[in-house]
Design a protein around this ligand. Sequence first.
Ligand SMILES: Cc1cc2nc3c(=O)[nH]c(=O)nc-3n(C[C@H](O)[C@H](O)[C@H](O)COP(=O)(O)OP(=O)(O)OC[C@H]3O[C@@H](n4cnc5c(N)ncnc54)[C@H](O)[C@@H]3O)c2cc1C
Length: 300
Amino acid sequence: MMRHFFLFLSGHRGVRRWMETSSVSKKFTRRFIAGETLADALTVCADLAREGIWSTLDHLGENVTSVEEAAASRDAYLQALAGIEARGLPATVSVKLTQLGLDLDEDGCLENVRQMAAKAAPGRVEIDMESSAYTDRTLGIAERAAAGFERVRCVIQAYLYRSGADIERMNRLAIPVRLCKGAYDEPAAVAFRQKREVDRNYLALMKTLLDQGNYPAIATHDERIIGEAFRYARERTIAPDKFEFQMLYGIRRDLQRRIVDLGYRLRLYVPYGTAWYPYFMRRLAERPANVVFVLRNLLR
Ligand SMILES: Cc1cc2nc3c(=O)[nH]c(=O)nc-3n(C[C@H](O)[C@H](O)[C@H](O)COP(=O)(O)OP(=O)(O)OC[C@H]3O[C@@H](n4cnc5c(N)ncnc54)[C@H](O)[C@@H]3O)c2cc1C
């Protein structure tokens, strides 16, 4: 119930406006959000790099309503890529296609992706996956970019029934995949609703990716799944540099340390920007215990 409540709030405009302009918000978001500016985010990436952790920068924002806004998002990402390059950071960028105008003009959106990929070193652009309304269009753009040699990483969500077929398609095209469980509230017509079923599908898809994928990213904080990835990689003699783990900034820092200490690659998803509200609410939805963390910070 809490999950549905926070997912509902994540789309509530009034609460969002209040939260984003509230002077106390920094107090409870700083654990999960790097800051409001690119400079804040690059500083976090540099600190993580010193700990042997790579990062992917997410300039927060979703669903722009004009081509100009989409171009401004693209430019923010081009600046992020330039900042990463200038500071020699082991970082990529992660972008949502609705930020680059997917709802307005699919070809224009592809062009924005191409400009980013052309500017970046190979493998530096990752495309997040949004709700199932966008799955076909998002994978279509990743494929069209790959056909023009601008290979970008795309995301597959283990909760969708279709994901096995999508992974096979991405593997055939050697498009790198980030596998996650899925963060949106999807109906039973398209997605598994029980955690047990999602986890079972995740494990099966993860093994397919480890065997046949192009440098896959295993994105989860699930200790049992991460343990199974270690075990499977050892069993199949898959070297630690053939894949990477990905986790969210501020979540399960104990497990993050353990992954790096064991000699595996870890990249953290580092969000920054002023439009942090929907991202933040999705993190609360995933783990209501985070609300306690938030409240504790507010009372400090
Ligand atoms: C790098 C990365 C990129 C992602 N990109 C996308 C994307 O493009 N599209 C998309 O739909 N989703 C994305 N997600 C989110 C993902 O789909 C899940 O919603 C999220 O990762 C929680 O699932 P889990 O795999 O950690 O497993 P869960 O079963 O939810 O959690 C397993 C354990 O992880 C810990 N945990 C999980 N979430 C939290 C939290 N918020 N706070 C504290 N502890 C927590 C807890 O210990 C929990 O018991 C991404 C996740 C990561 C890590």
